[in-house]
Each structure stands twice: as C-alpha cells, then as structure tokens.
Write a protein that binds this ligand. Structure first.
Ligand code: SF4
Ligand code: SF4
Length: 299
C-alpha cells in the first residue's frame, strides 16, 4: 500500500512543480505539499497589487480535492487534517518556521501555497501528537534579522507573537478599516500584502515578474471599479485570482476605492467616489467619502 500511496502522490504533484513531505500522526499519514508561485513586481501608477499567492492557493485547493478523489478511488480512506498545517510542514521537514509566521524552504522561499491530504494508515515516519502540536522553533536566521518586524506598517510581527487582526490581510478580508492609519496602510495593495515577504532573506534568490497584458487589463483601477461595482457577474473574471469565497462585489468595490484613495493620483478617479457616495453598503460609502476627503484636502 505504501508504494501505491507514494506513486499516486508523485503522479499527482510532480507535473505541478510541487514539493511534498509526509509524516504519520496517530495512524493517519499526512502529506503536505507546496505549490510555488512567482510574485508580481510592484504595480505601476493606476494599477493595484494583487498577490499571486492567492492564485497558487486556489490551484492547490483544487489539486488537493483531485488528489483526495484519486486516493479514494484507489481504496484509501482519506481524512481531514485538523492539525495546524504549518506544524505539519515544519515537522515533516518541508520547511523552516519564520518570525513572520510563514514557512520557507530552500527552493521556493516563502513563495508557496501549502495544502495537506490525509489518509488512514502508516505510510511515513511516525511523529507523536504531543510533538507535532508544539510551537515550531523560529529559524536561527530570523533571530539575527528582524527585517519584517521593522518593515511591517502595522507592527504585527514581534518576537513573541503575531497580531493577526492588525495584518493588512485581515483588513482586506473584512474590507473594514477602524481608522485612517489602517486604511492608509494597505497602500495600493488590493489583495494580499507582500511587504514582509518581499524583503525576507529567504526570498532573495527569487525574482518578481511584471504583470502580463491580461493582468494589466484586470488590475487597472478603472477596470477593477467597473467590474466590482457591476455586481457578481462583473467579479467573475477574478474567480481564479482572488478565490470564489472572496468574490463579494461591495467589499471589493470598497477596497478598490480605498486603494485609489492611497494612490498618487486620486483626483483622476473622482467620478467613482461621487458615484459611490450614496451606496447602500456602508463600507463602500465610507471608502467613497474617504476618497472625496483626500481629493478635497489635496486641492
Ligand atoms: S525578514 Fe528576517 S526575521 Fe522576518 S521572516 Fe524573513 S528572515 Fe525571518
Ligand atoms: S502581510 Fe503586511 S501587514 Fe501582514 S505582517 Fe506582513 S507586512 Fe505586516
């Protein structure tokens, strides 16, 4: 059975450039796999940053589903993983644990999306439950670095803890900004924040890429506003980029207006603020008024 398991995993993941490791905890073998991605360069004026992690994460999600189906058809009993993914990645040897709470490995740095499949049976090295739930040790490199800690605009990263609710990703997911500083902190990052990873020494061997013509079309402020403000149908072209669960027109419209307000030329987009000032969603209204206030202050 072990050979069969390894063959199915290898056949499913090799073609995608993934790396994987397996460990067994309490009679369940978990295989954690990492799907790499290349991050985008910072966008030019008039465009938003959309983190390529989410594209990889979306692909990894569907790859995991397909792999689980193949394992079931081959006679394996699949099991959900309720253990922290990052612990499985660390204790299986897929990567090291970082101060920024991410996992990095030599090849992909932190530029990878993680997913896990579990099956009943012992097909890998066994690790006790008490071992695998222990907080992973932070890499020695982080102890002498601290770049992410200094650069994070919202001071989320510190030696002892990660303050998730202050992370830009949390603000974006809720499209809710408690104050002007939090709204400003996202800059022109519409989806995802790459500040702590862009400067992390674990990624120094990786180069970012320019947007493709298709991405330029999708991520221009004009097209983002037009797509999101036209409702669910308008959001559809962004399904594989943002993930199906995040296609909420009002939330994305509000985020777009906030990103425009943080840009170097908000005046150019005043018509979007005026068109949204009476919107029935308070997040959109707030973002439109913020954009109008910023334009007024600059004039
Ligand atoms: S930037 Fe430095 S401290 Fe932060 S995760 Fe990377 S290596 Fe660790
Ligand atoms: S993703 Fe951005 S906001 Fe979150 S910890 Fe990293 S730098 Fe800070």
């Amino acid at each position: 059975m072990k050979n069969k398991y390894d063959q199915i995993i290898s056949a499913a993941l090799s073609d995608h450039g993934a790396q994987w490791q397996s460990i067994c905890v309490d009679g369940i073998t978990y295989t954690v796999f990492a799907l790499p991605y290349t991050q985008l360069e910072l966008p030019p004026e008039g465009y938003a940053f959309v983190d390529s992690y989410y594209v990889a994460s979306n692909k990894a999600y569907f790859l995991r589903k397909k792999l689980c189906n193949e394992l079931t058809q081959a006679g394996f009993e699949t099991a959900e993983c309720t253990l922290p993914y990052k612990n499985i990645a660390y204790y299986s040897g897929l990567g090291v644990s970082l101060k920024s709470t991410l996992i990095a490995n030599e090849t992909f740095g932190t530029r990878m999306a993680l997913e896990i499949v579990g099956v009943s049976g012992v097909f890998a090295r066994e690790v006790s439950l008490s071992e695998v739930i222990k907080k992973p040790d932070i890499s020695e490199i982080c102890r002498h670095c601290g770049i992410c800690e200094k650069l994070c605009p919202n001071a989320c990263i510190s030696d002892g803890a990660f303050i998730r609710e202050r992370c830009i990703r949390s603000f974006q997911e809720a499209s809710d900004f408690p104050d002007e500083a939090s709204a400003q902190s996202i800059g022109t990052q519409l989806w995802g924040c790459d500040i702590c990873q862009r400067h992390c020494p674990f990624n120094k061997h990786l180069t970012a890429r320019e947007m493709t013509a298709e991405e330029k079309e999708l991520f221009s402020f004009d097209n983002l506003f037009s797509a999101f403000s036209s409702g669910k149908k308008g959001c559809e072209p962004y399904r594989d980029i943002l993930g199906g669960n995040y296609l909420r027109p009002a939330k994305l419209t509000a985020l777009t207006l906030n990103v425009i307000a943080n840009s170097s030329n908000p005046e150019k987009y005043i018509k979007y603020a005026e068109a949204s000032a009476q919107h029935n969603d308070i997040r959109v209204q707030n973002a439109a008024h913020r954009l109008l206030n910023i334009i007024n202050k600059r004039s």
